[in-house]
Write a protein that binds this ligand. Structure first.
Ligand code: SF4
Length: 281
């Protein structure tokens, strides 16, 4: 059996950087992450064993001992940032620099009076964070048909940004459609390079394998997108969180297995999958 492992599988720069910041911050003061630092239970549990607590709402700070709040790579809104700053708690800023660039972009565009179109999942924390830096009307769309719901006005300039992990092909389709409209639309290329490379590599591998395994949390937006991209190319694509949930007998009769993983999948999990797939031969 041949295994083709994506070079881009596993932690991206932003997730790696955020995790390092949490470990570097460990000391005498309590550390709180605003939301799980990554979509991986094992990593979150390991950090919990070192005293790192996850909070889900900033109101929780009102009854917690003072410490530092970690802003994860997805980033947060300006209001939330101001709330933490005024709470008396310290802040460990681990927003991915690529996400921070989008915050600055929409903030600057808003100051010019431009309206913002965010292409992404309206419930994703990165998108709600970006929305929170806009001071003008914001439209959040995630498919082409939703363009028709935007009340375009020829007196308004629209700036478009995408969630960093959005499907590149779909973003391009949406941009082509937006450019065909007779309105002033400024496009910003904000899908991160790491995501683009991961998606392109996954697509190429999925085209040439019998079975494709995509490893990562079922809550991880970038892993779900990887799965969707691979599934279009390879009928036998499986999204798994760990090897325990995968029926190895599915591999029987197949000779080439592709493996990729989302941006918050630890190397250890990827290695476990590879060694189990090898042993299944
Ligand atoms: S996927 Fe890209 S933008 Fe998101 S955290 Fe990783 S490097 Fe940053």
């Amino acid at each position: 059996m041949e295994i083709i492992l994506a070079k881009s599988a596993g932690f991206c720069f932003g997730v790696d950087r955020a995790l390092k910041k949490v470990y570097d911050g460990l000391g005498n003061e309590p550390i709180y992450t605003y939301g799980p630092i990554i979509h991986n239970t094992q990593v979150v549990e390991e950090l919990a064993s070192k005293g790192v607590k996850v909070i889900h709402d900033l109101s929780e700070l009102g009854h917690l001992p003072h410490g530092k709040v970690v802003i994860r790579s997805h980033g947060i809104s300006k209001n939330e940032q101001d709330l933490i700053s005024s709470s008396g708690f310290g802040m460990i800023e681990a927003t991915c620099p690529y996400v921070k660039t989008i915050h600055k972009c929409v903030e600057k565009a808003s100051k010019k009076g431009h309206h913002i179109i965010i292409v992404g999942n309206k419930n994703h924390p990165e998108v709600t964070g970006i929305k929170g830096w806009c001071q003008q009307p914001v439209y959040i769309i995630e498919d082409i048909t939703q363009i028709d719901e935007i009340p375009f006005d020829s007196n308004i300039v629209y700036e478009v940004v995408a969630q960093t992990t959005f499907n590149l092909g779909l973003y391009q389709e949406i941009l082509i459609r937006l450019q065909k409209l007779n309105f002033h639309v400024i496009i910003n290329e904000t899908i991160c390079k790491a995501t683009q490379e991961r998606q392109k590599e996954a697509l190429e591998i999925a085209k040439n394998v019998d079975v494709m395994l995509v490893i990562g949390s079922k809550h991880s937006s970038n892993t779900i997108k990887l799965y969707e991209i691979c599934k279009e190319q390879c009928e036998h694509t499986y999204h798994i969180e760990s090897i325990e949930e995968f029926e190895l007998k599915v591999l029987n009769g197949h000779s080439v297995i592709g493996i990729t993983a989302g941006a918050s999948t630890p190397k250890k999990l990827i290695k476990e999958v590879i060694s189990n797939v090898r042993n299944a031969e």
